[in-house]
Write a protein that binds this ligand. Structure first.
Ligand code: ZN
Length: 321
C-alpha cells in the first residue's frame, strides 16, 4: 500500500578526511556513530552513518569519506543546506557551544517561524541548526556530551537550490509534500504530520550556475517508505513521472533512486530492517560491518581503510567543554 512519505530517511554526502568527519559529527554536533561500514561499490572507502541513539530513520546523515576528494562547489541542482531540528529554546545553547568549540556560526534572523544557525563542517558542507516550537523528544546519543534536552532530534529538512520551481514542485506534490509557505525566493514544501525531516525548501535563482560535486557536497537525499510493499507501490507511482531504478538491497534498508527535474538525486528507502540488524544497540558503530559477500576479503579491506578512532563522551563530561 502506498502509505504517505513522512519525511527524510537519510542524507548522504561526500567528505575528505574520515577522522575529521567522525570527530566533527560525534564530538561537535553530538550525533551517534551508528554504523561503520564500507561503500558497497568501492570497498576501499568507508561509509559512515551518524544518527540519534537508535539510528532512527529521519536522523541519519551518511558520508563517503574520500581522503583525496577535492572540495565541491555548491550550485543549482544540489542540496545546499542540511538542517537539523532542535527546540527553539536550545538555540542559545548551540550558538554558545559551537562558539566555545571554535566553530564559526552565523545566526540568521527569523526564517518563517524558526531561529536558524548556519555553520560549515570540516569539508565546507553547510549545516543548519533550526530551533522551532514543535521539535519532538530526543533519543539522545549515549556517548555525547550534549545534554539530552538540547540534543539534535534529527533532520528538520534540506534546501534544494534550483533554477525554477515548477517541475520540482510538481514532483514533490506527487510525493505528498505541498507548499506551505514562501518567503523571498524560498518556498517551503512540507509533508503532513510532524515527522523528522518533513520540510523541503526550494531556493530559486534563475541566474545561478551549476556547481561541482566534491567533498562537502550532498550526494543524494532519501525519503522514507514504511516497508517494501509501500516502496513498490511508490515505485509504480513515481515511474509515471520520472525514471526510477530497480529496488536495490542496501542491507539496512532497500532503496530506489530517481532524479528530480531540477537535478537532485532522490532515493526512497525503507524503514526496516534498520541499523540494529547486525550489531547490538549498545555498541552500534564500534566494529567494522561489511556485507556477507565481502567477508572473505575482510583482511584486505581492513588493510586498505585508514584507521580511525571513535572518541566517546558522556553527558557528565559536559562541564569540561
Ligand atoms: Zn542513500
Amino acid at each position: 500500500m502506498k502509505t504517505p512519505i513522512p519525511g527524510l530517511h537519510h542524507v548522504t554526502a561526500i567528505a575528505s578526511d574520515p577522522q575529521k568527519n567522525l570527530d566533527f559529527y560525534t564530538q561537535i554536533l553530538g550525533l551517534r556513530f551508528v554504523k561503520k561500514t564500507i561503500n558497497f561499490d568501492d570497498p576501499g572507502t568507508y561509509h559512515f552513518y551518524f544518527g540519534d541513539d537508535e539510528g532512527t530513520p529521519g536522523t541519519i546523515l551518511t558520508f563517503f569519506p574520500w581522503p583525496r576528494a577535492m572540495r565541491g562547489l555548491a550550485g543549482v541542482g544540489e542540496v545546499t543546506h542540511t538542517a537539523f531540528s532542535v527546540p527553539l529554546t536550545s538555540i542559545d545553547y548551540w550558538e554558545q557551544r559551537l562558539t566555545n568549540l571554535g566553530i564559526l556560526v552565523e545566526r540568521t534572523g527569523k526564517r518563517f517561524d524558526e531561529a536558524v544557525l548556519t555553520l560549515a563542517d570540516p569539508d565546507g558542507m553547510k549545516i543548519e541548526i533550526v530551533g522551532h516550537s514543535d521539535a519532538g523528544a530526543a533519543k539522545a546519543p549515549r556517548f555525547a556530551d550534549v545534554p539530552s534536552e538540547h540534543a539534535i532530534r534529527g533532520f528538520f529538512g534540506v534546501t534544494l537550490y534550483e533554477v525554477s520551481a515548477d517541475k520540482t514542485a510538481a514532483l514533490l506534490n506527487v510525493m505528498g509534500f505541498n507548499k506551505v509557505a514562501e518567503e523571498g525566493n524560498r518556498q517551503r514544501f512540507s509533508a503532513e504530520g510532524h515527522a523528522l525531516g518533513n520540510h523541503i525548501d526550494l531556493v530559486i535563482d534563475a541566474n545561478a550556475s551549476y556547481g561541482r560535486s566534491g567533498a562537502g557536497s550532498v550526494h543524494h537525499i532519501a525519503f522514507r517508505a514504511s516497508d517494501e510493499a509501500a516502496q513498490r507501490a511508490w515505485r509504480e507511482e513515481l515511474a509515471k513521472h520520472v525514471d526510477v531504478t530497480q529496488v536495490l538491497d542496501r542491507t539496512y534498508f532497500t532503496s530506489i533512486y530517481f532524479r528530480e527535474p531540477g537535478g537532485v538525486l532522490f532515493e526512497l528507502a525503507t524503514d526496516p530492517p534498520g541499523f540494529a540488524l547486525d550489531e547490538p544497540l549498545e555498541s552500534l558503530g564500534e566494529a567494522l560491518r561489511i556485507p556477507e559477500w565481502y567477508e572473505p576479503k575482510r583482511d584486505l579491506i581492513e588493510k586498505r581503510l585508514i584507521p580511525i578512532t571513535l572518541h566517546k563522551s558522556t553527558p557528565e563530561a559536559k562541564e569540561t567543554v
